[in-house]
Structures are given as C-alpha cells and as structure tokens.
Write a protein that binds this ligand. Structure first.
Ligand code: KIV
Ligand code: ZN
Length: 511
C-alpha cells in the first residue's frame, strides 16, 4: 500500500550545522570544508541550509555567498540581527541562490530585554517589524526568530509573532535558546500560539531547540505534535554549548515512530545520514560518542548474547531501525592495495570529496602506504586520507619524519621533521611520554604553544590493524581548535592531529 504525502504534513528540515553548529567552540570549518558539507547536506535533501552569519566576518560572508552560488536544491539561508547593515550583508550573500532566505532574530524575553538590549517591549516589536519589512526588500522568504522565545511572556510572544507575520515573515521560528524547556511545556508554547495568534496559519511555525538539559530532540518532537512544521537541527547535534537538536535523531524518530506522528514526513534521504555524520565529525574534529543515538559506533551493535541470539532469529526483536536505513552498510566497502587511482578517486567523489590533481596524488600515495600496513581500507580511512591530501595544498606544516624512542627505562624522546613550503625543519625533544615528546618537538619547530584540553583515542575502523584516530582540542590563548588524525601508529596520529590544530590556527590568523 502506498501512502500519499501531502505538503501540509511535511516537516521542513532546516539544517544549521554550518551556522549554529559551526559556532560551537572548536568546531570551526574552513571555506572548502563548508562547501563540502553543504554538498553533502544537499545530497541528503535537507530543505534549508543555514549557511552562516554573513556580517560576522568576511569568511562567513564568502562562504554563504559561495554556497548560494553553487548548491542546488535546498533554500540557502543566512542569519542577521535586526540591524540594517546585517540584513544588507545577508541579502547580498544569499542573493545568488535559486531559493534564498534571510533569517532575522531579536531577543524577546524579559531577561534579554532588560539586561542585553535595554529596551522596552514596544521598542523591540517596532525594531523587529521594521527589520522584517526591510529584509523583504531583498528577498521574499523571511524567517523571524524571537530569541529566547521559550522564556518570553506568552502574551508578548503572541503579539510579536502576529506582528512579525503581518510584516511579511513566512516562517516564525520559536527558539528554546538556552535549552530550558521540557517537552510538555514547549509543546504548549506552540499550541498556545495556534490558539492566540489570529494570523498564525499564514506562516510556517518552526522550532530551534538547544540541548542544555538533553531535551532538544524531545522538545522539537513535542512541538511537531502541536503544529510546528519546520525543525532546525544539526548533524551530530553540534551547536552552541550542549548543541542543537540532532538532525539524525529528529528525522529517524519521525520515520521510525510514524505510528505516533501520523502522516508527517520529511524529505531527507536517510541513507545519507551516516556519511554526513562521519563527515562532520571528521571535518570539525569533534568525535561522536560511541553510544550516541543513530550514528554512534554502538548504535547498532548487539553485545549481549541474549540480544545477538534474538537478532539472529528476528532482527526486530532488538532492532527498531535497520543499519541500512542510515547508510551504515554502504560504508562497509572497501578498497585494498590493488585498487587503482580511478577507483580511489571514484569512491571519494561518491562521498562528495573532490580533490585537485595534486591533492589526489598525495592522498593516493598515502593510501598505497596505508594499504601496505592494513588489508582493508574503509570509507572512514578515505576521509582521513583525503584530508591529508587537502592539507598538503595549504600553506601548512606537513609531517615528513617522526621517530620516537620510549620504554620503561628510557627517557621518551622524539625527533620530528616538518616541511612548510620549501623549508625543511628538524628538531628533537624529550617529554613525559612519546606523545608528549612528539608534541613538544612540534611546538619547538612551529613556535606555537598550545594547551591540550582534550585528548581521545578511538579505533576508526574494525580489526586489529584498524587506524587509531586521535581527536584533540587545543587552546592557543583564547583560540580553541579541534582536529583529528589517524594512523596505524597512535603517536603519529597524535602528532598529525596536533599539527592539524597548529595549521588551522595559522590559517585562521591568515599566516
Ligand atoms: O538559539 C537561538 O536562539 C538561535 C537564534 C539565532 C535562532 O540560534
Ligand atoms: Zn541556536
């Protein structure tokens, strides 16, 4: 039996990984990485990509504009405060898109009015209305967010929403900015708007929930059950502080529990979810916890004998989703040392990774070296190799040689040789352990002294020959930078990850 899908039952998926997600400490992406992710989001068929905050920096502006110029399918949205220069910059950045949207926001809660904005309700209402009207002169599709809506007095929120719709906003987004709501309460906020706002049906009601109490997905779903038809979310739940509602959880909950959500549907190609999750984790250096719902390494692993036995007899005894629904099995492929350049490139292309000829050469050379060390090369290995290729074309330090001496009665020492452009620099140092010695030596060469805030090690793929993936978060003064690197040698992986953080810092500083 085929079920008909009607437009009124569609849940619009608004992805803000490139805006709210990228705002999360240590998750910054460079231009190329933003483009790659935008391609992946388009392949996954999200409806709206919030590509950035154009007024924030020239880099943000350029990324939003390039995404608007290149990405076909989803609407491309930029964020703006209710300030004319923000709106102008945003309008300019999103203009090239086939479908463009300007998202303006202004805080409405009493605490924000009193302490942040120092403005009365009437002034805020006036400013929002004027900004929405001004934004409409650049673009027909305007979204308005009363920031901290969930802590705004219900009567003022209703007044604001009515005025915003009258002024021309086609989408009204209700943010739980500080992740304070609980589901029954947040669902009621939405239900009440439907009761109190006379023109509510002239707009789509959207929600944007933060995860400070771990309730962002539950709150989003409660909102959907009360009439919201757009959900703002991010891949892996990336975002400010504890993050935003995770796209994969929202989409898979709607799909898996269609018995509860009736005819509601999303247009997301769920079989692209796993790849998108790996890409975000790899590009930002922010690791996905093993037991993370949907995309964590353990999400489909059945450890207990009794579970394994049940799954073998009938998968549905313990599995509510199939790994292939999120594209997990498609990732299991595999290149080996006999795979040629063409197969290598083809596989990367399928993953949305486009390398220049020079970058491909570097990645392929590393691929052959890796294939000598380990039998099967998985997609996750390929993402790492591609990233090394990309970094080779940046004005960055490249690890050329690493030797560590360590043991129970040896002072750990490391010799490191780095290449930067035409320069070859070598140094040595000792440390508390082999990793410490390697990182200290890198610091001696680069002159960039960082503080290791996080260090974690995970096997990337399966088997004893799996690559060890080191994820680091490093503080360089007030800049916090994350990166990941993988190798079959974990000291080398740590050195490469540290170097990647140093390179990202240099790129950020424009050096
Ligand atoms: O969390 C928030 O309130 C936001 C707004 C800009 C929508 O990110
Ligand atoms: Zn937010």
């Amino acid at each position: 039996m085929t079920t008909r899908r009607s437009a009124k039952d569609k849940i619009i998926i608004f992805d803000t990984t490139l805006r709210d997600g990228e705002q999360s400490p240590g998750a910054s992406l460079n231009h190329r990485e933003k483009m790659e992710l935008a391609h992946q989001l388009a392949k996954m068929k999200v409806d709206v990509i919030e590509a950035g905050f154009p007024i924030a920096s020239p880099d943000d502006f350029n990324a939003v504009k390039a995404i608007a110029e290149t990405i076909k399918g989803p609407a491309i949205c930029g964020l703006a405060r209710c300030i004319d220069k923000d709106i102008e910059r945003c309008g300019e950045a999103v203009a090239p898109a086939g479908k463009s949207r300007i998202h303006v926001f202004l805080a409405t809660s009493a605490i924000h009015r009193q302490f942040k904005l120092k403005k009365a309700r009437s002034e805020i209402l006036k400013q929002a209305v004027a900004s929405i009207k001004y934004a409409r002169t650049f673009c027909d599709d305007i979204e308005f967010s009363p920031e901290d809506a969930s802590r705004t007095e219900p009567d003022f929120l209703a007044e604001m929403v009515e005025a915003a719709i009258d002024a021309g906003a086609g989408t009204i987004n209700i943010p739980d900015t500080v992740g304070y709501s609980i589901p029954s309460e947040f669902g009621s906020v939405i239900a009440r708007l439907y009761d109190d706002v006379p023109n509510i049906n002239d707009a789509i009601i959207s929600v944007h929930c933060h995860n400070d109490l771990g309730l962002s997905v539950s709150n989003s779903l409660a909102a959907v059950q009360n009439g919201a038809r757009q959900v703002e979310c991010t891949i892996n739940g990336l975002g400010e502080r504890a993050g935003n509602a995770a796209l994969e959880e929202v989409v898979m909950a709607l799909r898996t529990r269609s018995d509860q959500f009736g005819k509601l549907w999303t247009g997301v190609k769920t079989e692209k979810i796993y790849q998108a999750s790996r890409m975000v984790s790899s590009l930002t250096g922010m690791q996905v916890q093993r037991n993370k719902a949907i995309v964590g390494a353990n999400a489909f692993a059945h450890e207990a004998g009794i579970h394994q036995d049940g799954v073998l007899k009938n998968r549905e005894t313990y599995e509510i989703m199939r790994p292939e629904d999120i594209g997990l099995e498609a990732v299991e492929l595999v290149l080996g040392k006999h795979s040629g350049r063409h197969a290598f490139r083809h596989r990367l292309k399928k993953m949305g990774i486009d390398l220049t000829a020079e970058e491909l050469e570097v990645s392929y050379k590393n691929f052959i070296a890796l294939a000598d060390k380990k039998k099967n090369i998985y997609d996750d290995d390929l993402v790492m190799l591609a990233r090394e290729g990309m970094e080779s074309s940046m004005p960055a330090y490249v690890l050329d040689y690493l030797h560590v001496a360590t043991g129970t009665s040896t002072v750990p020492t490391a010799t490191v040789r780095l290449i930067k452009g035409d320069e070859v620099i070598q140094d040595a140092s000792c440390g508390d352990g082999p990793v410490d010695a390697a990182l200290k030596t890198i610091e001696r060469i680069t002159g960039l002294n960082g503080k290791l805030l996080d260090f974690s090690l995970q096997a990337v793929t399966i088997g004893k020959d799996a690559m060890g993936e080191v994820s680091l978060r490093v503080g360089f003064g007030s800049d916090v930078i994350s990166a990941k690197a993988a190798s079959t040698d974990i000291v080398e992986a740590a050195a490469k990850a540290y170097l990647a953080c140093s390179n990202r810092l240099l790129i950020k500083q424009g050096k």
